[in-house]
Design a binder for this molecule. Structure first.
Ligand code: NAD
Length: 514
C-alpha cells in the first residue's frame, strides 16, 4: 500500500498538487465549474486529490486556443515537429519511474505494467520522430499528356482524443505523438477515473513545448463530466476527428454523434479475445501466455484473454496446470514488486465481476477456480480472485466483455470447430493460436481464420507492440492506432493534377469546344 510519503514523492516528481484544476491549453491550469472530482486510490479507497472539472465555458476557452494554435503549428516543418516529439520522449524517459508509479497508484495495475505503459509512450515517440520525415504520398501517372498527378497529406486540424481508464497514459501518446508530427493539435479528454495521469502527462508535454516555443493550444487536456465535456467534444464540428478508446457502448454513442455531422472516428472498443490451444502446441509457452493474458492487469486490458478454446485431448492436463498457476497469484498492493495482481478500478467493477460470475453459473457454467471478491486487504472492496469458468461459448455472458479477470474455458474436437467457436462472438480485437502445425497457424491468420484485427501465433492476446496497427473489427469498432500506416488517419489526403503542357486536355477524352 502506498504510504503517504510515497504518494507525496510521486506527486512532487510529476508536479502535481492535491487540489487541481481540470483544463489546460499549455499555460496555467484553469476551471471555474465549482464541480469537484475526487481521485480515489483503487487499492485503499483513499481520496488522494481533488480536481475541479472543466465547465462548458472552460471548454470554449480551450477550444479557441486549440484552433488558433493549429494555424501556427501546421506551418512548422514536420521534421521540426518530430524533434519536439523526440524531446517529449526524452522527458518521458527521465520521468519513467515516477509516471509508472502514478499509473500503478491511480489505475491499480502492477508496477512492472505501469512502467511498461510508459515505455510504450517512449517507443511511440521514437516511432513518430521517424514518421515525421515519412509523411509521403505517391506520384501517379496521368492519362493526359504533360500532366502529373500526386497525392499529398495535409494536417487535419484539432483532433479529439478520448481515453479509457485502463491505459491512462499510453493511448494519449499513441494518438498525440502521431497527431503532432502530422501537424494537428490535440484536445484530450481522459477517463474521469484517472485524471492525475492526464495532468502529469500534460505537465510533461507543457514543459517540453514551452522550451521549444510551441504555441499554446497544441497540447490540450480537459477533465470533465461526460455530459458537459465529453458530449460537447464529440458533437463539436470544429473537431474533424474523434479518436475514442473505451467500451462498445461508448463507441456506439460516439459513432452516432460524429457520424451525424460526418466527422471521422477512430473507435478502439471492447474485445472478447480468445486463445486456441491446439493439441500440437508447446504447452509450456501456451500456459505462460494464457496465464498472463487472463490474469495480467487484473483482466482489465482490452486485449485480455477472456476465452480459452482447448483441444479435448489436452483439456484436463492444461486446465490443471492453469489452476495451479492461479493458486499462486499474489494479490495485493500494485506498487509492491512481489504482487502479481492488483485491485479492480472501483467497487462498480467488482459488482460487474460478481454479476458475471452469477450469470455464468445460471447459464450452465461451472466455476473451476475463484469466483469471489476478497475481504478487502486495505479496506477497499476492489480485490477479487482471478476466475476460471467452464462454460459454453454461446452462453450470453460469454458473448459480452466483462472487464475483470474472468476466463471462460471450453473444449473443441477439431480445428474447424475451434475456428467457429473463436469467431462466434460479436467482438473482434485480439486473438491467438498455440500450435506447431504450419497448416493450423497459416489457416488461423488467413482470410478464413481469425476475424480479429490482431491474430497471433504462439503469442498471447495481450501485449501488442507499437510498430503494428492496433485495433479490431466488428463491435471493437474498426479503428486502427499506433504503427504501420495509422498516421494517415490524422491527416487529410489531397489529390493534385498538374498541367505543365500549356494545352487543355479533358479526362476520359471528353471534347468540349465552343
Ligand atoms: P468507458 O467507455 O466507460 O469510457 C471510456 C472513455 O469514454 C472515458 O473517457 C469516458 O469518459 C468517455 N465517454 C463515455 N461516454 C462518452 C460520451 N457519450 N461522450 C464522450 N465521451 C464519453 O470505458 P472504460 O471503462 O474507461 O474502459 C474500459 C473499456 O475500454 C473496455 O471496454 C475496454 O475493452 C475498452 N478499451 C479498448 C481499447 C482498444 O484499444 N480497443 C483499449 C483500452 C480499453
Amino acid at each position: 500500500m502506498a504510504t503517504r510519503q510515497q504518494v507525496n514523492k510521486i506527486f512532487k516528481a510529476l508536479d502535481l498538487g492535491r487540489e487541481l484544476k481540470g483544463a489546460n491549453a499549455g499555460g496555467e491550469w484553469f476551471a471555474d465549474s465549482g464541480d469537484f472530482l475526487d481521485v480515489v486510490d483503487p487499492t485503499t479507497g483513499t481520496v488522494i486529490a481533488r480536481v475541479e472539472q472543466a465547465s462548458a465555458k472552460d471548454y470554449e476557452k480551450l477550444m479557441r486556443k486549440a484552433e488558433a494554435a493549429f494555424v501556427l503549428w501546421r506551418e512548422v516543418p514536420a521534421p521540426r515537429r518530430g524533434e519536439v516529439v523526440r524531446q517529449l520522449g526524452e522527458a518521458l524517459r527521465a520521468k519513467k519511474e515516477a509516471l509508472g508509479q502514478l499509473v500503478s497508484l491511480e489505475m491499480g495495475k502492477i508496477l512492472t505494467e505501469g512502467l511498461g505503459e510508459v515505455q510504450e509512450m517512449i517507443d511511440i515517440c521514437d516511432y513518430a520522430v521517424g514518421q515525421s520525415r515519412m509523411l509521403s504520398g505517391p506520384t501517379l501517372q496521368s492519362e493526359r499528356p504533360r500532366h502529373r498527378m500526386m497525392e499529398q497529406w495535409h494536417p487535419l486540424g484539432v483532433i479529439g482524443v478520448i481515453t479509457a481508464f485502463n491505459f491512462p497514459v499510453a493511448v494519449w501518446a499513441w494518438n498525440n505523438a502521431l497527431a503532432w508530427v502530422c501537424g494537428d493539435v490535440a484536445v484530450w479528454k481522459p477517463s474521469s477515473k484517472t485524471p492525475l495521469c492526464a495532468i502529469a502527462c500534460q505537465n510533461i508535454a507543457n514543459e517540453v513545448f514551452r522550451r521549444n516555443g510551441v504555441p499554446q493550444g497544441v497540447s490540450c487536456a480537459v477533465i470533465g463530466r461526460g455530459a458537459v465535456i465529453g458530449e460537447r467534444l464529440v458533437a463539436d464540428a470544429r473537431v474533424p476527428l474523434i479518436s475514442a478508446t473505451g467500451s462498445t457502448r461508448m463507441g456506439k454513442r460516439i459513432g452516432a454523434v460524429v457520424g451525424e455531422r460526418l466527422g471521422s472516428t477512430i473507435l478502439e472498443l471492447g474485445g472478447n479475445n480468445a486463445l486456441v490451444i491446439s493439441e500440437k502446441a508447446d504447452l509450456t509457452c501456451a500456459l505462460a501466455s494464457a496465464f498472463f493474458g487472463a490474469v495480467g492487469t487484473a483482466g482489465q486490458r482490452c486485449t485480455s484473454t477472456r476465452r480459452l478454446i482447448i483441444h479435448e485431448s489436452i483439456y484436463d492436463v492444461f486446465l490443471k496446470k492453469l489452476v495451479a498457476n492461479y493458486r499462486k497469484v499474489r494479490i495485493g498492493d500494485p506498487l509492491d514488486p512481489a504482487t502479481l495482481m492488483g485491485p479492480l478500478i472501483d467497487e462498480g467493477a467488482v459488482a460487474d465481476y460478481e454479476a458475471a460470475v452469477k450469470a455464468a453459473k445460471a447459464q450452465g457454467g461451472r466455476v473451476v477456480y475463484g469466483g469471489k471478491a476478497l475481504d478487502p486487504p486495505f479496506g477497499h472492496r476492489t480485490f477479487v480472485l482471478p476466475t476460471i469458468v467452464e462454460i459454453a461459448n454461446d452462453a450470453p455472458i460469454v458473448q459480452t466483455e466483462t472487464f475483470a479477470p474472468i476466463l471462460y474455458v471450453m473444449k473443441y474436437r477439431n480445428f474447424e470447430e475451434a475456428l467457429a467457436l473463436h469467431n462466434g462472438v460479436p467482438q473482434g480485437l485480439s486473438s491467438g493460436i498455440f500450435t506447431d502445425s504450419v497448416a493450423e497457424a497459416e489457416t488461423f491468420t488467413s482470410f478464413r481464420g481469425s476475424d480479429c484485427g490482431i491474430a497471433n501465433v504462439n503469442i498471447g492476446t495481450s501485449g501488442a507492440e507499437i510498430g503494428g496497427a492496433f485495433g479490431g473489427e466488428k463491435e471493437t469498432g474498426g479503428g486502427r492506432e499506433s504503427g504501420s500506416d495509422c498516421w494517415k488517419s490524422y491527416m487529410r489526403r489531397q489529390t493534385n493534377t498538374i498541367n505543365w503542357g500549356g494545352e487543355v486536355h479533358l479526362a476520359q477524352g471528353v471534347e468540349f469546344q465552343p
